[in-house]
Design a protein around this ligand. Sequence first.
Ligand code: NAG
Ligand code: NAG
Ligand code: NAG
Ligand code: NAG
Ligand code: NAG
Ligand code: NAG
Ligand code: NAG
Ligand code: NAG
Ligand code: NAG
Length: 629
Amino acid sequence: MITKPIFIFSLLFFLSFILNQNIICYAQEPPSITGYTCNPEQFNPCQTYVLYRARAPEFLDLASIGDLFSVSRLMIANPSNISNPNTTLVNDQPLFIPITCSCNNINTTFGSISYAGFNYSFKSGDTMYGVSTSKFQNLTTYQSVEAVNPTVVPENIDIGQAIKFPIFCKCPNTTSSQNQPRLLITYVFQPNDNISSIASRFRVTPQSITQINGNNTKILDTLFIPLSNLPNLTQPTSSNTPPPPPTPSAPVNQEKDRKGTVIGLAIGLGVCGVLLILVLGLFYKEKTGKKEGYGDVERQKSLYLGSKKGSFVDKDVEVNLLADVSECLDKYKMYKMEQIWEATDGFDEGCLIQGSVYKGTIDGEVFAIKKMKWNAREELKILQKVNHGNLVKLEGFCIDPKEANCFLVYEYVENGSLHSWIHGEKPEKLSWKTRLRIATDVANGLLYIHEHTRPRVVHKDIKTSNILLDSNMRAKVANFGLAKSGCNAITMHIVGTQGYIAPEYLTDGIVSTKMDVFSFGVVLLELVSGKEAIDDEGKVLWANIGDFSEGSEERKVRKLQEWMDGSLLREELIMESVVNVMSVAISCLNKDPSKRPGMIEIVYALSKSIDLFTDVSEEGLSPRQVTAR
Ligand SMILES: *[C@@H]1O[C@H](CO)[C@@H](O)[C@H](O)[C@H]1NC(C)=O
Ligand SMILES: *[C@@H]1O[C@H](CO)[C@@H](O)[C@H](O)[C@H]1NC(C)=O
Ligand SMILES: *[C@@H]1O[C@H](CO)[C@@H](O)[C@H](O)[C@H]1NC(C)=O
Ligand SMILES: *[C@@H]1O[C@H](CO)[C@@H](O)[C@H](O)[C@H]1NC(C)=O
Ligand SMILES: *[C@@H]1O[C@H](CO)[C@@H](O)[C@H](O)[C@H]1NC(C)=O
Ligand SMILES: *[C@@H]1O[C@H](CO)[C@@H](O)[C@H](O)[C@H]1NC(C)=O
Ligand SMILES: *[C@@H]1O[C@H](CO)[C@@H](O)[C@H](O)[C@H]1NC(C)=O
Ligand SMILES: *[C@@H]1O[C@H](CO)[C@@H](O)[C@H](O)[C@H]1NC(C)=O
Ligand SMILES: *[C@@H]1O[C@H](CO)[C@@H](O)[C@H](O)[C@H]1NC(C)=O
């Protein structure tokens, strides 16, 4: 990836050398992806501007743009020749936004880069990549966002967390005083730009631009335009002109500048020219996307798109599917259909784990691959927000446009579902301590999605077959396929699993975190009793729990012992702990959702039950240990 451009650069250099200055060569180093280095000792912070374009839907008024850049509307309106700061902008309308540029040290090895930092508060669906490329319009790169936020884990940014976005900028040299421009405006090279068109827009010479930016700037690179004064922008006249102007720019001064034509230069140069075009083509192919290092996803995406010469329909579907998940693209690996096919031996029965979930090996690593029709969007959106040890981790996905299928690639959880452990498929029985640990793990996973995601996430389908156990018998909640973000919503379409569904959801369709609490109560009953949530006659397990809260303490304990999983009675167990768990379960199963405890209280209550075991060794957790009793 790195050697190829270097090779091409040297080839170009060589070519230009033979052609003896007839063409402009590309010998400059490629533009920086992590920012522009500066020397803190020689750097004088300066006031400068970026050229920003109003863009639908979010940024069509000065207030929202001002919020993004922490400036007032007037501070944008004045330099941008907008008389009424309340005006509605049109798409692509150019604006000058004032920024203060300074030289900032990242660390000793990395050095310093010049930028203007803006705090951005993460919203649902945001990623570093998405915010850099769309909201900040490539005035920065996600790599530099990562560099200036060294303590932030990009995959794990909370909603509302403030992330610093470094907007690239430069200040004129103060040391070498001769012929210095007064201002260096930050400008992102647009797809229909060329150096001469930019130069004429800003009324400068193309040479003055290439002097600072080099001769090989490309689309979406950052350019610094040297100016002595801010040019006057011509703005669309009325606030309610619907059609966006084709070229929203300063008056174009049609001065032809032959020397400055930088792109499209190889015409008429015969064989060498053809060669150059070939090489340039190669170069552009290598660099679809922006600056190199924009990640595997972009590359895989283009490779995958390129490899499928499907019909227009396929393409359209795929583009839609990709647009749907575009905000997730930088977080996940994107697999190719061929990889998924190979991993699962062509969806061989032998690889089937359960339902539409296959076990597959990609590059030597084992994953669980779930095939679904294109309704993974919710699940992807939710999983992108959640990252917790007690939730199954999504590693990547794959889109098959032909069938409109989506494959979600998850971490493989070795020991299968809790359902298979409790209800018989496994020869060993779980010890009480292991069951308690599993209950606490699930409660912690739910606590996280209920309390630590914004908006809150309701799983909606908690059941023993959606709880997976890893090699250490620690539990992870899986299958966010039905999950909903947002609370107290009402749904018409009832989903979920019989035996686990909370009564208020069944009757009124009310969705709240308390419906997960109810289902969790059912899981606790299964852990205690070893019985299925719904029996062969369709009777739900929770139907007669009232029985356990009647009568004397002795009677309650006796009732419980009769009902409990027989295998538990064979181990030395502290009955008090079982009684505790049972009372948690009963409170979870209250018919009135408002009377059910929250996950915090549940985690606390369960941890008290675990405390009763503190003297027991950790080994009690392994499944083998269980049969030894
Ligand atoms: C802009 O709107 C504010 C209130 O929304 C108003 O006070 C102000 O006068 C308006 N300014 C102009 C120039 O219309
Ligand atoms: C950004 O946030 C940091 C820390 O939260 C704070 O020190 C800094 O002043 C903020 N900058 C701006 C421009 O609000
Ligand atoms: C920023 O760059 C990315 C790719 O490098 C591109 O997809 C996106 O459209 C660009 N954003 C803008 C506002 O031009
Ligand atoms: C310096 O910062 C860069 C970019 O964030 C990082 O990759 C590198 O590990 C850091 N080095 C040290 C010594 O902290
Ligand atoms: C400022 O001067 C240094 C060397 O003195 C040079 O490397 C740098 O490119 C100059 N910056 C500008 C904006 O002209
Ligand atoms: C860019 O090309 C021009 C014209 O050939 C040349 O004079 C100039 O030195 C080049 N600039 C850089 C920075 O390579
Ligand atoms: C911009 O307009 C002002 C008058 O509003 C004029 O004085 C100035 O010369 C103009 N600047 C340019 C670069 O045309
Ligand atoms: C400001 O924009 C208006 C159009 O809205 C244009 O007529 C005027 O010439 C511009 N002012 C300057 C100084 O360029
Ligand atoms: C630059 O773009 C303008 C229009 O935007 C076009 O007329 C001109 O031919 C282009 N020049 C080159 C060298 O491509």
